[in-house]
Ligand binder design. Sequence first.
Ligand SMILES: Cc1ncc(COP(=O)(O)O)c(C=O)c1O
Length: 445
Amino acid sequence: MPRRNFPFRFSPTGLRGLEPSATLLINERVNDLWRKGHWVYHLGFGESRFPVHPKIAQALRDNAHQHQYLPSLGVYELREKIASFYEKRFHISASPDSIIVGPGSKALIYALLLALDGELMLPTPSWVSYQPQAHLTGKRVNWIHSTPEEGWELKLSAVEDAVEEARRKWGNPGIVLLNSPNNPTGRMLPSTFIKAFAQYAREQELIVLSDEIYGLVEHGSVKHYSIARDYPEGSVVLGGLSKHLSLGGWRLGVAIFPSTRAGAQALEAVRSIASETWSASTAPVQFAALMAYGMDPDVWDYIQLCTHLHAIRTKYLWRNLTEMGIRAPQPEGAFYLFPDFGRWRRPLARLGIHTDAQLALFLLDEFQLATLPGSVFGAPASALALRLSSSYLDMETSEQAQTLVDAVLAGVSDATLLQEFHPNMNAAIKQFQRFIDSLESDATS
Ligand SMILES: Cc1ncc(COP(=O)(O)O)c(C=O)c1O
């Protein structure tokens, strides 16, 4: 009898224990429902969907003829532009010689985890890919705890506890991943936290990977503040074009290393990995990115317009859910909400729902609401938390996204935008209300 999977055999180091995520399960279910012609409110899809800015689209067309392999670090002129951009917009001093351009920040984070020694310290909750990437690179993950009662706030004391516990267990907690603005909570780390954290990280000789990909999608009272301002020698800043310019599919990310001898060595290690794997980022995209990072006033206005739309849509959803009694941290950046339904634990249990994954499937099957379970972000399944993305509804097609942009440019008020241009968002809110009403009536019956 042929062996199972003959003739394929799999490497135990990377794949063993790597589960297909609940994200896939939900997405498969959504696709299945769509194929059968059912309607789904897709709040599980975390992608910025505004149209490509015309000047950037033109720059790509103008560079279609660029077909050469480029240096693994990226085109030097682009790295110069990125350095100036980060100096101006993020107030960090970056040198073009300390920057690498890669096919998305995701690939750069992976290369960093491969290159660096030490276990990974991850706040709960954290973006879905960090933990699997740590797994694939053979790194142990130590979770830094936070609670829904405290709005999933990352506290320095929790970082200290997690580092100490890892050390007590003979671990080597060398790398901390910070992500602000945050996916999945929409929270941002205030400068007071960053300053205190920087001091601690320096004392403890921790490397900080600072995922600032949503840094320009900020819309609350907390201003984005990069840790590289206070801990430049120990931080690698990650960013790219995927979020504030909706260019996820163009695959262009950046990593900014410390301008120190150790920083140069770390960059060299990542460059070697790049040169042996993806070689370099796509040539026409790199040349078009000169326009994206070039401080063109029209492009800057567009970034702010898109951020404004993300802001009003995300806050509107948050306000409405909060008014139903659903607890979620107030969003300050990005386009996500992270509500938990612990308040309705009893009526949910009567429906056989004890975990967030069960809750997500129930909402999809019964209320056509597609969400992601908080446990794929490292939250306890019993916290009954879900991640909602505001980025998809009423921007299902590029034409709809363009209509919203045009409406803002024509001076349509925020209130009118939300009432008249967001039928699906408003319908999804009604579905949540029906769901909560059904739980409340069950609780009182
Ligand atoms: C927190 C976070 N970091 C990184 C990424 C990856 O971005 P990129 O398109 O640059 O690979 C994402 C994308 O969803 C994200 O949410």
